[in-house]
Design a protein around this ligand. Structure first.
Ligand SMILES: [Zn+2]
Length: 134
């Protein structure tokens, strides 16, 4: 990008958004404590959710000026929704596998219990005791 002041080529770079979206807010910063009230704002980056986002920025070292082109961002709350669905499906899959392995364990434990009971009854028969007495 050409610097609009000195017409020299500007340096490419970015402004990181690691916690909040980078944005421009209209008016004076006086009285601003994170409250937007009715202030106009322009998003310069997407919302960093699972990873950082960036605002593309150009710097002119001669004019000490940074220019940030404003882009149209798809609100990434939609993307967050997709991510949550994806994680939900993965979790549901893991839960099903966990449940299946648990049911398998319960079934095995039940079979072992019955086997032990059968052995005990056979022992009782050998000893001349009531086979149903455990
Ligand atoms: Zn310049």
């Amino acid at each position: 990008m050409e610097c609009p002041y000195c017409k020299k080529e500007m340096r490419e770079g970015f402004i990181p958004a690691t916690q909040y979206r980078v944005r421009w807010i209209a008016g004076s910063p006086k009285g601003y404590w994170g409250n937007l009230d009715d202030r106009e704002q322009v998003w310069l980056s997407e919302l960093p959710l699972l990873t950082y986002k960036t605002a593309e920025a150009f710097y002119c070292p001669d004019c000490k000026t940074v220019i940030i082109p404003v882009k149209e961002f798809q609100d990434n709350f939609d993307k967050l929704g997709d991510k949550v669905d994806e994680i939900g499906k993965k979790f549901a899959g893991a839960f099903d596998r966990f449940t299946a392995s648990r049911e398998e364990k319960d079934a095995r434990r039940e079979a072992e219990k019955r086997e032990r009971e059968l052995e005990k009854r056979q022992e009782n028969i050998k000893k001349g005791k009531d086979p149903w007495e455990l």
